[in-house]
Design a binder for this molecule. Structure first.
Ligand SMILES: [Zn+2]
Length: 514
């Protein structure tokens, strides 16, 4: 038994903090309150520290990282991760190479493993063991890629039936729902009819639908409308992933979007929001290109970039749809080993150096890196960030995609940044409200029973941190810093981090079949 004694208990519910102790017995929370220590208890003095439920990252992109026992999430207090986000899961039966560039960035450089379905992925999580608990969405791009590859057009006939069959199997095996990445091929080829049909299947299995929207820029309002209509049309709970208005020209769209969401909720649509606490996003650079040029897959894209006429068309459309400048786009990761000195540069710097326009530098870089480029894009406003983070429906996510180079600092410091910079220093909300957004709220939203609240009988995912110290020194240029102020992390009753030291044996995570 472990007794976290005399701390400030913030239980995840949003209720006021109380001075109390938390007793853990085996894998569960035994009791919360004034508990006298007995000789058989291991007593951890928590005076001056907060005792809270472990953080739940419902948008982690760590499908493979959890199997590699990576440590970035645990170091920042995460005890549960949801993978398979933005339309991309490693199952079912998806060839991990030669598809869209984003598959390459997410998966292909890892190894050649393949997972038949959600069940075999969960078995691997169980057998390999993981640090954190892992729940998994089934990706719409992955479903499509396994059946029709990168082919354009909405699904019909046998193809549609095969996708439905695979989705159903994954849901029955414990996948939590379906994610789309509607601004990426091949998920983008799904029209409303296709998506509403698949959402109905998800709803029948008690799952939820998470949407990387079709557009966060000029058609942001229409994209949110589509997601809400999918909820209306199918009854499925809808989660709007990393909600944000991208680019100065679109910042005024956030108010009408939040109004639409509130209106939909009032009508009975089941809506949730998530967001990361940064004004810069990160994605593969091909997301800036028009979708048509990616039809057929990576090789086709490469030849369109090389062919003068199609390249002119791509350049014009890409520039025309930019909502920020090329000076706002930082190169985070480049596949070409000869170009590692460019990591950290802005695209405009490269253009100036080469004496060409920003868009031409971007397209050349894509060719030189065979489309393997991750960018960090500075594109949101502080004011909108505040509106989204403080919205009562919003959970906090990392969206923390791990790459070489300079990955987005959210990969290492989302929760310390949120609780330190935005909650303590800027005072955007109370600590109790903030803890709810990283524990009980996402747990309830994603149906993770027995998680997210410090209450007797729940799983013992517990974190102890210093509210005064929590934070990170990591930034966009030096993202890889261990956060400050995280004292202890317990996952399913076993130590994952103790006295700020990682427990190298700490592989007590479990697959969460929902
Ligand atoms: Zn996304």
């Amino acid at each position: 038994m472990i007794l976290f004694q005399n701390g400030t208990v913030i239980d995840g519910s949003g209720e006021p903090a109380q001075q109390a102790s938390v007793l853990v017995r085996d894998q569960q929370i035994d009791s919360v309150g004034h508990i006298a220590a007995t000789p058989e208890m291991e007593v951890i003095d928590c005076s001056g520290f907060v005792i809270a439920p472990g953080f739940i990252d419902v948008h982690s992109h760590a499908d493979l990282e959890v199997l590699e026992h990576r440590t970035e999430k645990v170091m920042q207090g995460v005890t549960t991760e949801v993978v398979g986000n933005c339309g991309f899961s490693v199952f079912p039966k998806v060839p991990l190479t030669g598809l869209a560039p984003v598959f390459d960035i997410l998966f292909a450089r890892r190894d050649s493993r393949e997972w038949e379905d959600a069940g075999s992925y969960f078995e691997d999580v169980e057998g390999t063991k993981t640090r954190t608990n892992v729940a998994a969405l089934t990706g719409h791009s992955s479903l499509r890629a396994g059946v029709t590859g990168m082919k354009a057009g909405s699904l019909a006939g046998d193809d549609l039936r095969e996708v439905e069959k695979r989705l159903t199997a994954c849901l029955e095996q414990g996948s939590i729902g379906m994610s789309t990445g509607l601004n990426e091929v091949p998920s983008s080829y799904g029209d409303f009819e296709e998506l509403v049909g698949l959402c109905r299947i998800v709803h029948q299995h008690g799952g939820l639908y998470t949407s990387h929207l079709r557009d966060y820029k000029f058609r942001f309002v229409e994209a949110v409308q589509e997601a809400l209509d999918l909820g209306r049309g199918s009854g499925v709970p809808v989660q709007l992933s990393h909600l944000q208005a991208v680019g100065r020209k679109n910042w005024d769209k956030m108010d009408p979007v939040l109004e639409m969401i509130d209106q939909a909720v009032a009508e009975g649509v089941d809506v949730g929001i998530d967001a990361y606490p940064y004004v810069a996003g990160s994605c593969n650079m091909t997301q800036l290109l028009p979708l048509w040029c990616m039809e057929g897959g990576k090789e086709e894209l490469m030849s369109r970039l090389r062919e003068p006429e199609s390249r002119r068309q791509i350049a014009a459309e890409t520039d025309g749809y930019m909502s920020n400048g090329w000076e706002d786009i930082m190169l985070a990761n480049l596949a070409n080993s000869d170009q590692q000195d460019l990591v950290g540069n802005r695209v405009q710097d490269v253009a100036d150096e080469r004496g060409c326009a920003g868009v031409e530098a971007a397209l050349d870089l894509l060719i030189e890196n065979e489309c393997g480029i991750m960018i960090i894009s500075f594109n949101q406003s502080d004011e909108n960030l505040r509106k989204v983070l403080t919205h009562p429906l919003t959970s906090i996510i990392t969206d923390g995609l791990m790459t070489e180079g300079k990955p987005h600092p959210r990969t290492f410091g989302t929760y310390p940044t949120f609780l330190g910079e935005y909650v303590r220093d800027k005072g955007w909300m109370s600590l109790e409200a903030a803890v709810r957004k990283v524990s009980a709220l996402p747990a309830a939203r994603f149906g993770l029973e027995g998680r997210g609240l410090l209450q007797p009988g729940n799983c013992a995912d517990v974190i102890v941190f210093s509210a005064d110290e929590i934070g990170t020194r990591g930034d966009y240029n030096e993202p890889n810093h261990a956060p400050d102020g995280i004292e202890h992390v317990l996952i399913n009753g076993a130590w994952a981090l103790r006295e700020r030291r990682l427990d190298s044996q700490g592989l007590s995570g479990q697959p969460l079949r929902v």
